[in-house]
Write a protein that binds this ligand. Structure first.
Ligand SMILES: [Zn+2]
Length: 485
């Protein structure tokens, strides 16, 4: 029903705009389909939201929905024109590509169009909370913070027999204090609209109280930013409460978690490895999971998961592993490392191989290079490489973006490394190969980057047990040195 749309600019070089019927046969014509035209308008409206011009974005979605109702973008715009809707998203703090960072998406529920500026301001206050907390400060570079702009028709919170029309269905839960909750499916629907997100959201419910967290969603009542890190501990780190104050009637039986136990045997609690190394302050202490009796926690010294500002070592270890479950210590490499055994010929000019690694705040990753004869690799060395899936594989279905947990630890290389390199200011590591230094033949050049989690002045590493080998990654290049002529 819509005619083809021609871009006038296409014809500006010939000085005239030919009639539309000629456009499709013109060799240089760029012909825009209604789908494409609508998609452009959708992107333009999203850009308005990104700039914080929410009312303008709203108006553009309405116009688009009316003009191109039968296109995918037009249908999306119609959804975004509803009284409660997703209007777009924006970066709040970006440290790197979403494909290799933990993307935390901040959302607001119960923010009416006229109050969305207040949400944008609140969202901007969140990254500094992470930057100030000692565990997240060390790994701040590993995170991006994004804002999903959601408009709500009403500002209320469902409960006590009243229902409101809000973007994420904010509601009051049946706890003693009436903790705030949301409709999880609605949050995941929003996350699905943001490219390469990691399934992690922090939701602020305007008129809710207290906070809840679990399985990727931290929900915060009002502006209680002091609860953000605690709830994120639940939602991102899968950590449990280390306090003993009862929150509701239906607590159910106590179960082992990462930082809580339903038994008091120091060899069987989930943090037994910290007890085995005699870390001061770690033991088995009764009182956790909102119970005075029958549940145990690891520390006497406190934790964010009780009411302290710092995480205990058990929780901190879990958080670092959760970060590396999504972030590859190697951010990029040059030249691109091939997926399969393809040889690069080493010519007269030396070849520089380089990688960029992630940068914790106060310690550097360990980087080692090996030059190995390309004989048949041993079983261990044939283990899958440490890269996360590349951008080119994005179309494939997967459980979660950037999942490194399925890869397994790297095999041991028994040969001595040829070099250990230090990070330059830009996070780069280089290794130069020259023909003079190598016999003719075929080689594998292996580089591995590892976060030892050993910080200066600390007696114990932050991670004691890394069964999945998440702290380490590698890249491999195959090189052929031709016989001298
Ligand atoms: Zn803890």
């Amino acid at each position: 029903m819509h005619g083809l749309v021609c871009l006038l600019a296409t014809f500006s070089t010939i000085g005239a705009v030919p009639p539309a019927s000629h456009a499709t046969s013109h060799p240089h014509a760029i012909v825009e389909t209604p789908d494409e035209a609508a998609q452009k308008l959708l992107e333009r409206a999203e850009a308005r939201a990104r700039e914080g011009r929410f009312a303008d974005a709203r108006a553009e979605y309405e116009k688009l929905a009316a003009k191109y109702p039968d296109t995918p973008a037009g249908r999306e715009a119609a959804e975004r024109s509803r009284p409660s809707a997703f209007l777009g998203w924006a970066d709040v703090v970006r440290h790197g590509p979403s494909s290799n960072r933990v993307d935390v998406v901040l959302m607001g529920d119960g923010y009416e169009l006229g109050h969305m500026d207040a949400f944008a301001k609140l969202a901007a206050d969140v990254p500094p909370l992470f930057e100030r907390q000692s565990t997240f400060r060390e790994y701040y570079e590993y995170f991006n913070f994004l804002r999903a702009d959601l408009v709500s028709k009403d500002s209320g919170v469902d409960g006590f027999g009243r229902e409101y029309d809000t973007a994420l269905g904010g509601k009051t839960l049946g706890t003693f204090a009436g903790h705030v909750g949301i409709e999880r499916k609605l949050v995941f629907d929003v996350l699905a609209k943001i490219p390469d997100s990691d399934g992690q959201a922090i939701v602020f419910v305007k008129n809710g109280v207290l906070g809840t967290g679990g399985s990727g969603i931290a929900t915060i009542g009002g502006r209680e930013v002091k609860t953000v890190i605690h709830e994120f501990g639940h939602s991102f780190g899968r950590l449990s409460d280390e306090y003993d104050a009862q929150q509701s009637h239906d607590a159910g039986p106590a179960r082992d978690g990462i930082n809580v136990a339903a038994n008091e045997d120091p060899q069987k609690v989930p943090w037994a490895h910290w007890i085995a190394v005699k870390h001061p302050g770690v033991g088995v202490y009764e009182g956790a999971l909102g119970r005075v009796r029958g549940a145990w926690r690891p520390t006497s010294t406190g934790c964010v998961m009780s009411s302290d500002e710092r995480f205990c070592v058990v929780c901190r270890e879990a958080l670092v592993l959760a970060i590396y479950a999504r972030v590859d210590p190697i951010d990029s490499e040059s030249p691109p490392a091939p997926e399969t055994r393809e040889f690069l010929e080493l010519g007269r000019e030396p070849l520089t191989l380089s990688i960029k690694v992630l940068k914790p705040a106060t310690h550097a990753l360990e980087v080692k290079w090996w030059v190995l004869r390309d004989e048949l690799p041993s079983e261990a060395e044939r283990a899958p490489t440490g890269r996360s899936r590349s951008a080119g594989e994005r179309g494939k279905p997967r459980a979660r973006a950037n999942d490194r947990t399925q890869r397994g630890p790297l095999g041991e290389i028994t040969a001595k490394p040829r070099a250990s390199t230090r990070t330059t200011a830009g996070g780069g590591h280089e290794f130069v190969l020259s023909r003079e230094a190598l016999e003719p033949g075929r080689y594998r050049i292996v580089v591995r980057a590892k976060d030892t989690t050993e910080l200066r002045g600390e007696k114990f590493p932050w991670v004691l047990k890394d069964e999945l080998g998440l702290l380490e990654s590698e890249r491999v290049w195959w090189i052929e040195v031709p016989a001298a002529r």
